[in-house]
Design a protein around this ligand. Structure first.
Ligand code: 0L1
Ligand code: MG
Length: 258
C-alpha cells in the first residue's frame, strides 16, 4: 500500500514540477495492469483531495497503429479533471508542460448516467447529448515519452489538457465513422483522418470504456465529457505554435501555445 502511495507521489511531483522522470516499471518490473489502474485511481483521489473534480473520461491507444506499437490489443482509459479543460482558441502557456503533443479527437457529452458490462455503440449514441470537435494535449511524465502499458495507465494515460470546440451537435446528425478531419500546425496540414480510425467507430470506443468501468461497478454520469481517442498520431509542439482541427460537419477547434 505504502509503495503505491510512493508511486502516486512520484508521478504527481513530476507533473507539478514539470520534470520528466524514469518510468516506474524500471524499478517495479512486475507491476500488473490491475495495479497500474489502482495507482491511477489513487492519483485521481489525491487530486480530488487537493480540490479538483472529475469531469469525464479519456480513452487512449484506440488506434490499431498505436496498439501494435505498444504490443497490446486493448485500449486504456484515464480521468479528465476540471483543471485540464481549456477554452477554444485559448493561449496555453508552454511553461505548464514537459514535452506536450496534440491529437485530434471527438468529444461526447453525456445526457444520462450509463453503467453496464454489455453496453453497445447504439446505447452510447442514445445517451449522448452532443458530440463536439476536440483536441487532447498529452504530456507523459516519463522520460522521452517512453513507457510500458502499465506505466502509462498509472500516469493517468498522459492526460494534461483538452480543448472542446464551440459547435456541439446531436450525434444523430453526424456519421461518426465516416467523418473526415484535418489538423493544422501553424497553418500547415500535419495530419488527416476519419472517425473510423478510433476502434472502427468512436461510439464503440466509448462503449468499450463504459464496459470496462462497469467491471468494477463504475460508469459515466450525465454531463460527463468523454474524449473518445486520437484519430491520428499526436504532434509535438513548442511555445509559439498554433493548432487548428477542422471536422466536416462538426466545425473546428484550436489553441495556441504561448
Ligand atoms: O490519448 C492517447 O491516445 C494517449 C494515451 C497514452 C499513450 C501516449 O501517451 O502516447
Ligand atoms: Mg488522446
Amino acid at each position: 500500500m505504502k509503495l503505491m502511495q510512493d508511486m502516486v507521489d512520484y508521478l504527481l511531483t513530476a507533473e507539478k514540477d514539470k520534470r520528466e522522470v524514469e518510468k516506474i516499471t524500471t524499478t517495479f518490473r512486475s507491476l500488473t495492469i490491475e495495479e497500474a489502474y489502482e495507482i491511477q485511481q489513487k492519483l485521481i483521489e489525491q487530486k480530488e483531495k487537493e480540490g479538483l473534480h472529475r469531469i469525464g473520461v479519456k480513452l487512449g491507444l484506440t488506434s490499431k497503429a498505436k496498439q501494435e506499437m505498444m504490443g497490446v490489443h486493448e485500449a486504456i482509459y484515464g480521468y479528465l479533471m476540471d483543471d485540464m479543460l481549456a477554452t477554444d482558441g485559448e493561449p496555453i502557456p508552454y511553461s505548464g508542460f514537459i514535452h506536450p503533443k496534440a491529437e485530434p479527437e471527438i468529444a461526447f457529452i453525456m445526457d444520462e448516467d450509463i453503467q453496464g458490462t454489455s453496453i453497445t455503440p447504439e446505447d452510447i449514441l442514445r445517451v449522448t447529448k452532443f458530440v463536439a470537435p476536440a483536441i487532447e494535449i498529452i504530456d507523459s511524465r516519463y522520460l522521452d515519452f517512453k513507457f510500458t502499458l502499465e506505466d502509462v495507465v498509472a500516469d493517468n494515460c498522459s492526460t494534461s489538457k483538452f480543448i472542446i470546440g464551440d459547435r456541439w451537435v446531436s450525434p444523430q446528425f453526424i456519421n461518426l465513422k465516416e467523418i473526415g478531419m484535418n489538423m493544422l500546425k501553424n497553418s500547415e496540414v500535419v495530419t488527416v483522418g476519419t472517425g473510423a480510425a478510433v476502434l472502427g467507430d468512436p461510439a464503440a470506443a466509448v462503449a468499450w470504456a463504459v464496459n470496462k468501468l462497469g467491471e468494477t461497478g463504475r460508469g459515466l454520469k450525465k454531463g460527463d465529457i468523454i474524449l473518445s481517442g486520437a484519430i491520428t498520431e499526436a504532434i509535438s509542439f513548442k511555445s509559439g505554435d498554433q493548432f487548428e482541427v477542422n471536422f466536416a460537419d462538426l466545425g473546428s477547434v484550436s489553441f495556441s501555445c504561448k
